[in-house]
Design a binder for this molecule. Structure first.
Ligand SMILES: Cc1cc2nc3c(=O)[nH]c(=O)nc-3n(C[C@H](O)[C@H](O)[C@H](O)COP(=O)(O)O)c2cc1C
Length: 173
């Protein structure tokens, strides 16, 4: 039952305070990510990059902003960004599926810890398009960034959602 509560409680947070995520909470979030299912159990093909350096966060933010052509900080002022990258996988799409499972586990753990999070899709695109940025982020050679989240203390608490079957479903019985 607690799991369903956690799932209902997770919402994207798009405003953060300056307070950095504690090392202990960050570790718990990373542990939750590492407990996620990964296709064919190929955990050794996955890599997680934690970015807390303000200069690098600004660089990612500026690149994403340029790509999206939208005003405002696309990282929403969050003090931590976690980027998941993957080596080449034996089947197409496994890298993105694995990254998404890891990201969702981390988001649920963040919620449990009172932290906010949101997926930042274009951060990975920005890193993949800029070899210098990718190198500065320490993403292993040959890896592709697949998904990122930002993490921090919510400036505003998101509303709790009610669970419901809100995506179109067809039943074949
Ligand atoms: C693959 C994926 C990419 C996303 N990219 C972004 C993003 O770049 N920026 C953003 O603010 N939200 C992003 N989101 C968050 C979604 O907009 C959000 O999850 C959705 O609107 C549902 O809202 P909720 O997370 O509050 O339940 C992304 C979500 C997913 C699953």
């Amino acid at each position: 039952m607690d799991t369903l509560k956690a799932i209902a409680g997770r919402s994207s947070v798009r405003a953060y305070t300056d307070e950095q995520v504690s090392a202990e909470n960050l570790n718990t979030v990373l542990e939750a990510g590492c407990a996620a299912p990964v296709g064919m159990g190929q955990y050794d093909k996955m890599h997680i990059t934690v970015v807390q350096d303000k200069g690098l966060l600004s660089r990612i933010s500026a690149t994403v902003q340029q790509m999206m052509q939208r005003p405002g900080d696309p990282l929403y002022g969050a003090p931590t960004l976690i980027m998941i990258s993957s080596a080449e996988m034996p089947m197409p799409g496994l890298d993105y599926a694995d990254g998404s499972c890891i990201a969702e586990n981390m988001q649920l753990a963040a919620m449990e810890l009172g932290l906010g999070s949101v997926i930042i899709w274009a951060a990975g695109i920005a890193a993949n398009a800029d070899p210098e940025l990718k190198k500065d982020l320490g993403i292993p050679d040959g890896n592709k960034a697949v998904i990122s989240i930002v993490l921090g203390t919510p400036a505003v608490q998101p509303p709790e959602k009610k669970l419901g079957v809100t995506i179109d479903v067809n039943y074949v019985r």
